[in-house]
Design a protein. Structure first.
Lengths: 230, 462
């Protein structure tokens, strides 16, 4: 999986590269719009991450040139400037997604995955972790014979945890992914929602220990535990 | 008590006209009196001369007196004095009251100028004196052997004049006063007209935007100056406002890069930390950065709204679905409160989904945040003839009118609420207001009892 990151702020590029590489992606970084355009035109990348404020040639102009040249590589815009205007303009110009600064690398990774799944024509509407199944169409979580319906937020949260089962997500990361960045971060909505999901999972199999599949990692956040079958 | 400028103009103009009128009447009166006295002087001289003429000697005093009364326009014989005496002081002819013992010579005689022969002095002299409580006018004609003295009571003359003036002025003065009052009222109205026009234009500018200017063409020069001054003031205001807006937009933007780095590094550090205590510390920091980022976003949106550049990405929206989704979020934030909602289905409109979500979210989270313990939050959304109306209500600690007026102020947080655990930063309502306005809608606080907050949001259908 090859990613091109066009970002002029070295410190941002550093942690994005490190974060994506740690998640198994191959990242190439450049800090100039013209260089970025030349690299992207090679068509050797799976996803392009494009900052908007760039020296040489700004991100929107790079995007426009790419699409004009018929390069179909999916683009995620990293916006810092005038958020909303850029979003509208960027999506009109053919960006596939956008992420407003500041963002979590975890969120960026999730977006890249979702984008690639979508483009790969991934029709599988289920997320499976061990014996746990999540149905994207009916928003049902099931374990064995039993299933329970989840609300939009509950589903979105559980899906986020299950997609990277075993990994710890902080409250802020969860909030940004599930509620978007306009939700007041000082509420305890994440904890309440986790509690509700646990209650529903617990109902799935009263005899089992399903509720404990969502584990609170003290001080850090939450993760969906994989069952160690070994 | 304040008196309107128009009334003041009216009163002063009327007073000035009344004073002028009085002055004119007074001056006219004294001029007419002086003129009449001059005419009387002439006649007195003539009569005094006639008294000396030979045919007059031996003539019947009674007839002479009656004739003179007629010529001098006197009513009664007592108003006339006659005396003819030889130069050695021997009295000849004299009227009944002519003998009264004052010395003719003691009067301040002034020689008369004959009107027929201007400049030449006649041998007629004139004097004024007081007698029997009234003012008199006398003429003394001196011939070589005799001199004649004729005096008339001025009371009659003045009385006539008074009567004539009164009959002439009685209808004129009130009429003149009434006319001048009317004129003053109209004048005041005329004076106020450009002021009123200016006021209306200024109101128009206030309601629109700071980049509006008043047109000065067609105004009088004084008002042109006023308009120029007002426009200059607007110019200054607009400049400093633009500066302030640019500043907060730049500040919010400049904050983003360090915030992004901070958040990214923290995320990295959390992932790499294996000590639970350190991890807890770092995620706590992450929460604070998220709050900072949240405030920065709101400030950027507000500064864009202030600059009139809140760009809307309008799409067709189902507000009913959006509200229901957000109500589900709000329910998760409740402690011991409840939410009662009545949401009409299929409330469709055009709008920016992200911004409208933010708007509803701010209203809902405020309602939850400030709801009294155990209270019930009410949310209704329905179609009204010209749009969509949503009302958010919550019982709260009693709030005075002063605090209510400040609800939409930035960074304002209600004091009673502050004493409770609250996490808001006082930007939510002002941003909600701007988003509503950008959509052509309005957000207002409804009148209600002090322990109730009612927010009414109205959005046009398209």
């Amino acid at each position: 999986m090859k990613i091109l990151l066009v970002e002029d702020e070295q410190k941002i590029a550093d942690f994005v590269c490190a974060g994506l590489r740690a998640r198994g992606l191959e990242v190439r970084h450049c800090d100039d719009g013209n260089v970025g355009l030349a690299l992207a035109a090679e068509r050797s990348f799976d996803v392009i991450l494009l900052d908007i404020m760039l020296p040489g040639r700004d991100g929107l102009s790079v995007l426009k040139a790419l699409r004009a040249a018929g390069v179909p590589t999916p683009v995620i815009l990293l916006t810092a400037r005038n958020e909303l205007n850029d979003r509208i303009e960027g999506l009109n110009l053919g960006a596939d997604d956008y992420l407003a600064k500041p963002f979590f690398v975890e969120e960026l990774f999730a977006r890249i995955q979702a984008l690639l799944r979508r483009l790969a024509g991934d029709r599988s509407n289920t997320v499976l972790v061990d014996d746990f199944k999540l149905d994207r169409i009916t928003r049902h979580a099931s374990c064995g014979e039993n299933s329970v319906e989840l609300t939009t937020r509950e589903f979105s949260l559980l899906e986020y945890l299950m997609r990277s089962a075993g990994q710890v997500f902080t409250r802020s990361q969860i909030l940004e992914h599930v509620w978007g960045y306009d939700f007041d971060p000082s509420t305890n909505v994440v904890d309440v929602c986790i509690k509700r999901i646990r209650a529903k999972l617990g109902d799935l199999d009263p005899a089992g220990d399903n509720a404990a599949r969502i584990e609170a990692v003290r001080g850090a956040g939450y993760r969906f535990k994989r069952v160690d079958r070994a | 008590m304040t008196i309107s400028f128009r009334t003041r103009l009216f009163v002063s103009a009327t007073l000035i006209v009344a004073c002028v009128l009085l002055l004119v009447v007074g001056l006219g009166w004294s001029r007419i009196l002086a003129f009449d006295v001059e005419r009387l002087d002439e006649r007195l001289c003539m009569e005094a001369r006639r008294l000396l003429m030979p045919p007059a000697q031996g003539e019947d005093l009674q007839r002479l007196q009656t004739d003179m009364l007629g010529k001098l326009r006197l009513a009664k014989p007592e108003q006339l004095m006659l005396r003819l005496e030889s130069s050695d002081g021997h009295p000849g002819l004299q009227s009944d009251n002519g003998s009264t013992g004052f010395a003719i010579d003691s009067l301040a005689w002034r020689s008369a100028r004959s009107l027929e022969r201007p400049g030449a002095t006649d041998n007629c002299a004139l004097a004024s004196f007081e007698f029997a409580g009234t003012a008199w006018r006398a003429a003394l004609h001196t011939a070589p052997q005799v001199r004649s003295f004729v005096a008339a009571d001025l009371a009659e003359l003045k009385g006539d004049l008074h009567g004539a003036l009164r009959s002439a002025l009685t209808p004129v003065i009130p009429l003149a006063l009434a006319l001048s009052a009317l004129g003053a009222w109209l004048l005041a109205a005329l004076t106020m007209r450009p002021v009123n026009r200016l006021r209306d234009a200024m109101l128009g500018v206030t309601q629109k935007a700071l980049d509006q200017r008043l047109p000065s063409s067609g105004e009088d020069s004084e008002f042109k100056d006023l308009i120029a001054a007002y426009n200059a003031m607007l110019e200054n205001l607009e400049q400093s406002f633009a500066q302030a807006t640019r500043f907060s937009a730049n500040a919010a933007h400049e904050l983003k890069t360090p915030l992004t780095i901070l958040q990214g590094r923290l995320e990295q550090a959390v992932n790499n930390a294996h000590d639970p205590a350190l991890q807890a510390e770092l995620t706590g920091l992450q929460d604070e950065v998220a709050r900072l980022a949240h405030i920065t976003r709101k400030l950027l949106l507000l500064s864009q709204a202030d600059a009139g550049r809140l760009a809307l990405n309008r799409t067709a929206l189902d507000l009913s679905a959006m509200l229901k989704e957000l109500l589900a979020d709000a329910e998760m934030l409740l402690s011991d409160q409840t939410i009662q909602s009545t949401i009409d289905s299929h409330l469709l409109t055009q709008g920016d989904a992200l911004l409208l979500k933010q708007l509803f979210n701010n209203l809902l989270s405020n309602a939850v945040r400030y709801c009294r313990a155990g209270g019930s939050i009410s949310v209704t959304a329905r179609a009204v003839p010209d749009g969509i109306e949503c009302i958010f209500g919550n019982p709260c600690e009693a709030i005075g009118a002063d605090s209510r007026a400040q609800f939409f102020d930035r960074f304002y947080r209600f004091d009673v609420a502050r004493s409770r655990r609250t996490d808001g930063h006082g930007l939510g309502l002002s941003l909600a207001l701007e988003i509503a306005r950008a959509h052509g809608g309005e957000l207002t606080m409804q009148n209600s009892s002090p322990d109730q907050v009612l927010m009414r949001l109205w959005l046009p259908i398209s």
